[in-house]
Design a protein around this ligand. Structure first.
Ligand code: GLU
Length: 426
């Protein structure tokens, strides 16, 4: 049985619209709301800088395979470029460009002083050993070292990259430029990482859920949650939600999907997977097919896998009241419309999953100050910042009678345009 995170879904999403077109679609809708002139739209649709580099790698069979590395810096009006690095075979320039733009709007919406960037390598990270991932990472830094830096562009983890990868980036950059922990965030704690960064995106999602729940009269103690994807974002979201009283009734990953009407313990599931177990063998839950998984009755569905997973052919299957976007760009515009018609509230990625970049900002601040906050302080500051951001987005969506996504984009774009004007860029 195949899980939900497969090529077929991504292919349908691509047919729906490419990720670049999706971000431009949201941008245009918000630019219309703001009455932004056409010449300015052109500036913000494109990116400031796009770098593509070649990364040759000797494989286990002795042959050399050439991968492509990317870094796109979309807009730096509000501060140094900021955004993750993903390692996945489907990474390409158009996708990285779209995700970089999303970071520009996300950092503006939550009010952290960064611009937007994204990077990646089109390698099959899951099939490569750690030594090869390290060689790819060090080569990437050797080739991008002139365009990244603590005051220039600060990478972070994303799909298939983690604290170890960030440690290699910091080390390689340090060899070339001198020790500079603030060049990257999401580092291991022992190398200057921040407490709470690893769990930040998942925890932030549930902080935002706490703010959005009253809109639907949801009580977390009686809220059933389905999580699509059990990587860093999905697993921490499930664990934090469980800790706050939610019932986790379904989980899927790239190997399959499970259903647990009475609820499952996500910590036990994480241990099962860490021990080499397969998701569908998890005791206390039933394996379920991909389409049935989407139809599991719940209050909150959390897409926390890749982009474009909820599209025109499957959006109608969802049986939830809220979609809380953990992944970047998980819902295509056609799916957005289907969900809106069905009365499902979509809490968009640019605010819902911003906990990651918010704690990245905290990590960067701590590095620059050579000082460390304790975990509680990080959690409290994160919750406070997301509460304020969600409140601002919600207020705008009420005022302008528009979706949370449109309100969030228009808020972010307004802030970036203002700063770009003040600097004299536009
Ligand atoms: N990759 C995460 C995102 O998409 C975090 C980026 C960061 O911390 O810079 O928001």
């Amino acid at each position: 049985m195949s899980g939900l995170i497969d090529r077929a879904d991504r292919a349908t999403a691509r047919a729906d619209l490419s990720s670049y077109a999706v971000v431009n679609h949201h941008f245009d809708a918000a630019a219309d709301q703001l009455g932004l002139a056409d010449d300015l739209r052109e500036v913000f649709r494109g990116a400031y800088r796009e770098v593509q580099v070649q990364i040759p790698l000797r494989l286990a069979d002795g042959t050399v395979k050439v991968y492509n590395g990317f870094r796109v810096q979309h807009n730096g009006a509000r501060g140094p470029y900021k955004g993750g690095l993903r390692y996945h075979p489907e990474v390409d320039l158009a996708e990285v460009r779209a995700l970089a733009a999303l970071m520009t709007w996300k950092t503006a919406i939550v009010g952290v002083p960064f611009g937007g960037a994204k990077g990646g390598v089109d390698c099959p990270a899951r099939d490569l050993d750690a030594g090869r991932i390290e060689r790819i990472t060090r080569q990437l830094v050797d080739k991008l070292d002139q365009v990244i830096g603590p005051q220039l562009d600060i990478p972070a983890p994303d799909v298939n990259t983690n604290a170890q990868v960030m440690a290699w980036i910091m080390d390689e950059y340090g060899k070339l430029h001198g020790d500079a922990p603030a060049v990257v965030t999401g580092k291991p704690i022992s190398l200057g990482g921040s407490y709470g960064r690893e769990s930040a995106t998942g925890r932030g999602l549930i902080d935002v859920l706490g703010e959005a729940a009253p809109l639907l009269d949801l009580d977390l103690e009686r809220t059933r949650v389905v999580v699509q994807g059990f990587g860093n974002v999905g697993s921490f979201a499930a664990r934090v939600a469980h800790g706050r009283g939610c019932t986790i009734v379904g989980v899927c990953d790239h190997t399959g999907a499970i259903h647990a009407p009475q609820g499952l313990d996500p910590d036990a599931l994480q241990q099962h997977l860490n021990g080499g177990g397969v998701l569908t063998d998890f005791p206390g839950a039933e394996p379920i097919g991909a389409r049935e998984f989407l139809g599991i009755a719940c209050e909150v569905f959390i897409p926390a896998a890749l982009g474009g997973m909820i599209h025109r052919d499957n959006a109608g299957l969802l049986n939830c009241r809220m979609v809380l976007e953990g992944a970047n760009g998980p819902t295509t515009p056609e799916a957005d419309a289907i969900l809106a018609d069905a009365g499902v509230l979509v809490v968009p990625d640019v605010v819902a999953n911003a906990g990651g970049v918010v704690v990245s900002y905290f990590e960067w601040v701590q590095n620059l100050q050579h000082f460390r906050w304790d975990e509680r302080e990080v959690h409290e500051r994160l919750a406070k910042l997301l509460r304020r951001s969600f409140g601002e987005v919600r207020a705008r969506s009420d005022d302008r009678r528009c979706s949370l996504r449109l309100a969030a984009f228009s808020l972010g774009i307004e802030r970036v345009v203002e700063v770009a004007r003040l600097r004299g860029y536009v």
